[in-house]
Design a protein around this ligand. Structure first.
Ligand SMILES: [Zn+2]
Length: 371
């Protein structure tokens, strides 16, 4: 069997199996926050939140858009109502003062890859990067998008602080709800059901530091399969206080049914505008200074640490007595090691938390109130 026939045979065998498997398992969005990305995501998002609070007007809110269709040699031909989709999306963004402009006719690339386009495949990334230009939003639309082993996804949008800058949407999911959802990720937004920073409580008391880190999007338990055709929430799950969720089914960044999604919250709009301005002003560089944050402060039972690197710490009271936190060694790669239990024998009062790392010669003293 020569190489070509073997490749074709393999394609028929694997391809038909994949399409059988993938038929009912197409996942909404492939954007996840991997453990290693968590601190960068937190750091850049918090900076955007702070900066966008003090800034209302942005001169630079125009996004040039380029569409690149990817078809494999053996895919059936497809065509998309792309002008309609771009127009619908532009109208939604125009209401927020953001202009989306398709600058050229879509480019069609025919390639002979065996697999579907994947963000995990370096040759796919290299192929896409040929069409990426700074300051232009490039949306790739392949026949299908692979999200890993036998998993088909609708698409993904890379965060502003990511190395890759693009949006990828499968041809079968290419509608304005999906485009605006991925657009949200591309300009800095998380899913409303994001849980990597901790679970957001229904009463909103921890909304600033958990969930999607925004307080005007209610706690969301992940709406996939919990919304009916009349856009009514049918889920019954509760948060860890036992409170019933009351999610907002209209938010683009949720997994509500696509037809039910129609809005971004005011804070979500601020974050997007901040990142759009950065991209548009071409100042796309992020300062890479050592980053350490602790919360809550005042604290009572525990303390949560966010840092760019592995750290160690000890506590000192105002008389200069040292208290070592037992078994603590922060690990950037281990989420469980980011929470510190405050020793119960410590009296309430003011302490100084010494955080240090020999690895990057870092030392900082933070005033900590223990209640
Ligand atoms: Zn998403």
């Amino acid at each position: 069997m020569n190489r070509y026939i073997f490749a074709l045979f393999l394609y028929l065998l694997v391809g038909s199996y994949c399409s059988l498997i993938a038929q009912d398992t197409i996942d909404e969005c492939g954007v996840t926050l991997e453990e290693a990305d968590l601190t960068a995501a937190y750091k850049h998002f918090e900076a955007a939140k702070e900066a966008s609070l003090n800034r209302q007007d942005y001169d630079c809110q125009t996004i040039p858009l380029r569409l690149v269709f990817f078809r494999r040699t053996w895919d059936e031909e497809w065509s998309l109502p792309y002008e309609e989709v771009i127009q619908e999306s532009s109208q939604v963004l125009a209401e927020m003062g953001i202009e989306l402009v398709l600058t050229e006719a879509p480019i069609t690339v025919i390639d002979n890859d065996l697999g579907y386009l994947s963000s995990r495949n370096s040759s796919d990334i290299a192929e896409m990067n040929e069409y990426v230009e700074p300051g232009v939003l490039t949306v790739f639309v392949p026949t299908k998008v692979s999200g890993g082993f036998f998993l088909e996804i609708c698409g993904y949008g890379n965060f502003p602080w990511s190395e890759e800058r693009n949006i990828v949407i499968s041809s079968s999911c290419f509608d304005s709800a999906t485009l605006l959802h991925e657009f949200g990720h591309y300009f800095g937004l998380f899913h409303t059901h994001q849980y990597s920073f901790g679970l957001e409580k229904v009463d909103g008391t921890n909304c600033n530091k958990t969930g999607d880190l925004l307080c005007d999007t209610p706690a969301d338990p992940d709406l996939r399969s919990d919304v009916n055709d009349s856009c009514i929430y049918t889920g019954t799950s509760t948060d860890y206080d036992g409170a019933q969720y009351e999610p907002d089914l209209t938010l683009y960044m949720s997994y509500s049914l696509r037809d039910c999604r129609s809005t971004f919250s005011p804070q979500q709009v601020s974050i997007m505008k901040y990142f759009i301005a950065r991209e548009c002003e071409n100042s796309w560089t992020f300062v890479d200074e050592p980053y350490v944050r602790i919360f809550p402060n005042p604290a009572s039972d525990y303390l949560f640490i966010m840092a760019d690197f592995d750290t160690e710490l000890y506590l000192m009271d105002i008389r200069g007595n040292r208290y070592f936190v037992p078994d603590y060694k922060y690990s950037f790669f281990n989420l469980d090691k980011r929470m510190v239990t405050i020793p119960s024998n410590l009296r309430p009062g003011v302490y100084f938390l010494h955080i240090f790392s020999n690895e990057v010669s870092y030392k900082e003293v933070i005033r900590l109130v223990i209640q």
